[in-house]
Design a protein around this ligand. Sequence first.
Ligand code: ADP
Ligand code: MG
Length: 679
Amino acid sequence: MNPSQLSEIHSSPATLRKLDKLNLHTEWDLVLHLPLRYEDETRITPIADAPLNTPIQIEATVLHQQIQFKPRKQLLVQIQDPSGNILHLRFLHFYPSQQQQLAVGKTIRALGEIKHGFYGDEMIHPKIRAASKQDLATTLTPVYPTVNGLSQLTLRKLIQTALAHIPDEDILPDHILQSLHLPSLLESLNLLHAPPPEYTIRDLHNGALPAWQRLKFDELLAQQLSMRLARQKRLTGQAAAIQSQHQWATALLAQLPFALTMAQQRVLADIRTDLAQTHPMHRLLQGDVGSGKTIVAALAALSVIEAGFQVAVMAPTEILAEQHYQKLSQWLRPFGIQIAWLSGSLKKRDKEQARAALLSGAAQLAIGTHALFQDDVVFHQLGLVIVDEQHRFGVGQRLALKNKGHDVHQLMMSATPIPRTLAMSFFADLDVSAIDELPPGRTPIKTRLVNQIRRREVEGLVRHACAQGRQAYWVCPLIEESETLQLQTAVDTQIELQAALPELTIGLVHGRMKAAEKAAAMNAFIQGETQVLVATTVIEVGVDVPNASLMVIEHAERMGLSQLHQLRGRVGRGAAASSCILLFGEPLSELAKARLKVIYEEHDGFEIARQDLNIRGPGEFLGARQSGAPLLRFANLEEDLRLLEQARHWAAWLIEYRPDVVEAHLNRWLSNRAQYLSA
Ligand code: ADP
Ligand code: MG
C-alpha cells in the first residue's frame, strides 16, 4: 500500500523535476509540505486602524509617484484610502511594470507591515495587487518553501489536488487520538494549508495549535516506530558471541601505571556482557573529556582479538587515528597483535598491503579514519567496530558503517553527552554506559576570560609555563568563511609567537598539512621537542599530551560551546595545575557573552552540551549539518518533550498490537527519508 507516486498522477515533466528538487515524490510528500508562513488577504484594514509592524492588507488609490535618487535610487508612492488617510510605499528595487501598476489614480491592494520611517508611516516593498473587482481571499494565503520556477500558485494547486485525493479515514486508532486530544490528520492538513480567516497568523505560527500538535505527533511517532523496528531487527541479528577469559586484558591491566576507576570497571563489564551475546552490541560509551575511554576500548578490543576475531578502530581525524595507533601499538603489540593502518592519505601500495592483511586475517586490528569503511576494505572475521568521537562523523558516514557492520558488535565513544531528548529519539537504539568520574589526581582546569588586547600578558604566561617544564597549546581563531584564511592565520600566529618567545621552540599543526607532516608535528610535541603547539581546531578531538598544562584559545567567542569544552579538555590530563585562557575580541554580542559565561562557569560536559543544544539545535550533535538531510521538520525535541514521550509510549503499543497501522504510518511518513531518521 505505497503512497501514489506523483509521476503517475501529474503530467508536466518540468513540474515533476521541480518537485523532485523539493524532495516531493508522492501525494503524501505534497500534503506534508507545509507553509513556511501565511499572508492575510482575506480582509482590508483601514489605514487609520492599521497597527504598526504587523502584516496587513490595505486598499487605496495612488496620489503621487516619484523616483528619488537620494540616498539611492528608489520609488516613492503616496496612497490614500477611503478613510482619507495617507501612507507611503517605498521600493528600493523596482521594475517599470511596477511603476505602471502604481500609476497615479490606480486603486491597489498593498500587503505588508507599516513602520515608522524617514518619510512618516510607510510600507517597504509591500506586495501589490490591482484591486479592480478582485474578491477578497476566503482563506489565509499559505507561502510554501519552493524552488525557482515553481510558483506559489502552482504549488498551492498541486497540494490542494493531493489533499482532495488522499483517503480521508485516519490510520491512527481513535482511542489514541482521543487520549491525546488530537484532531484528525486530514482536518489538520486542511486547516494548515488553507486556514479560514478566523485564525490569525499568530495562531498559525503557534506550535500548540492542535493541528500542528497532530503533525508533530505523527512525525515523532514515525521516528519512534522506525527506531524501535531497527532495534528489534538488531536484537534478532546474528553476531559472534565473544567467549573470552580476558586473560590478555588482565595481563595488560597488570602492566599499566594506573588502576581503572570504578566507572571504567563498570563500563568495561557492560561491554563484556554485550560482547558475549549472539546479537550485535550497539553501545555508546559516554565520558567527559579525559575520563579515560581509550583504555576501556583497548581492553575490549584485546578480548575480542584473544577470542580470534578482528577489531576495527575508527577516528574522525588523522591526528586522532594516529594517536590511537601509537597508544594501541604500545599496549597491544606485546601480545603479538599485528595492526593495519588505514587512512585516506596512505600511498596506494601501503593501502593495498593493509587491505590484504585485513582480508587474510594476518592483521587482527585495523586503525584509521573513515577510509576503514570504504567498499574495498574487507575483513577476514570482523568481530568489533569501535568508533571514537562518534558525534563527529556525518550521517552519511554513520550509515556506511551501519551497512558494513550490521552484524558486528559496535562500540561508540563520545565526550559529548547526548541530551535526554536525543537519547529518547535519534539515539534510541543505543545502549549507553557512562564514565562519570575522572581518574584521580587531576586538578581542575582553571578557566580565564581575557580581552584580546592583553595578548602580550598571555604570551608571558606561556613563557612561564614552559620555563617550568610544561607545555602549551595556542589555538588559532576559527575562520569559517575561508580555509585559506584559516591556514594563513595559523602560519602567521606561529611566526608571531616565535618572535615574541624566541627562547622556545614553537610547532604548528593545521588541517591542510599532509598526514605525515601532521604526525611529525604532533610527535615533536608529544616528545617535548616543541614546547608550544600552535594549532587550528584540528586538535579539538581526542589529543592526549599529559604534560601540556596551558591552553590559549583565540577569539573564543567564535567557537561553539561543546567545541570549547573539548578544546579545554586537552589540558588538565596530567597532575599539574592547568589553565585555559579564552581570548575574546570586542565588541561581544549578547549571545557571545552568554556563551562565554557558560563555558567560564561550567565544567560539566553534560550541562554545557545541554546549553549548546538550546543555542544551536540538535543538528550539531547529529552531524547532520553537512548532509543537509532534514531530521525533524515539525517537532522540536526541546519544546515537544511531552509529545515525544507520548509517541514513545504509543509506538511500543502499536508495534505490539497494530502492525498494520505501523506499516501504513511509516509508508506515509518515511517515503524517502527513512534512512536518516535512524542514523
Ligand atoms: P578520553 O576519555 O578523553 O578519550 P583518554 O582515554 O585519552 O581520555 O585518557 C586521558 C588520560 O588519562 C590518558 O593519558 C590516559 O592514559 C589516562 N588515564 C586513563 N584512565 C586512567 C586511570 N584510571 N587513572 C589514571 N590515568 C588514566
Ligand atoms: Mg578520546
